[in-house]
Design a protein around this ligand. Sequence first.
Ligand SMILES: C[S@@+](CC[C@H](N)C(=O)[O-])C[C@H]1O[C@@H](n2cnc3c(N)ncnc32)[C@H](O)[C@@H]1O
Length: 257
Amino acid sequence: MADASLVTREWAERWQRSWDHLEASLVSDRELRIQALIDLVDATGSSTPTVLDLACGPGTVTRRLLDRLPAARSIAVDVDPVLLTIASATFAGDDRVVVVPADLRDPTWVELLPDQRIDAVLTSTALHWLPEETVRRLYCDLSQILRPGGVLAHAELMPLVEMPRLATGLTRLARLRRRDPHVARAVTWDDEWEEAAADPMLRDAAIQRRAVFSTNYPTEEFSPPADWHIAALRDAGFTEVGVVWRSGAGAIVAALR
Ligand SMILES: C[S@@+](CC[C@H](N)C(=O)[O-])C[C@H]1O[C@@H](n2cnc3c(N)ncnc32)[C@H](O)[C@@H]1O
């Protein structure tokens, strides 16, 4: 008879692959982007950092973090019951990871975090789901919980508004790289959620998801240029704020606490 925990891990691994293929078709140079995020943790010099993986999805950034820095710890936060189910199965039995269900729209979300020093905050392809005022408040929250000298790194769509013609060309090239069949697969965002709802192990979570998100898509998308993030991070008390990576319209803004 199959070991139940093994089946769950294999099941989670299948969903991780599916998510990675989907996201690679939506986000240009996604693996390089995540590698650049983790570089920022590595660059701070600690081999045992505690990292907050904000809006973690199924745990994408945490998985790569632990591959690179096996002694790191992660607090992985998200609100989506489907993705939280996959994350929990992925990290079951791994005491380096705590998966925390929390809605970043709720100003009290910080109270749900374990009482641990946080050395770095990483977030990828997620905060565009939140309105402007929420992102601004979130930066203040993160400035409070991050240790002095810790790093925050935010990877998102941050359009190059100051050079529109060059931006068009760079975005076109970055999009072409997404079509590489070795990295991406031809599924849509909607297909993925339909497949999740059809999986008996995700059926209940898919129903709960409807109470969290009324549609498969963000109800409002906030994707300002990098300068907006830089100013908001400075206002929240961060120092050494700037763009550290870019691919087409995607960029990483990093900030030291
Ligand atoms: C495109 S996914 C990115 C997930 C992961 N960071 C990655 O790169 O694969 C966006 C994530 O933001 C999360 N998210 C959106 N709104 C949220 C909220 N209000 N609170 C917590 N997480 C949220 C979604 O549930 C989803 O997991």
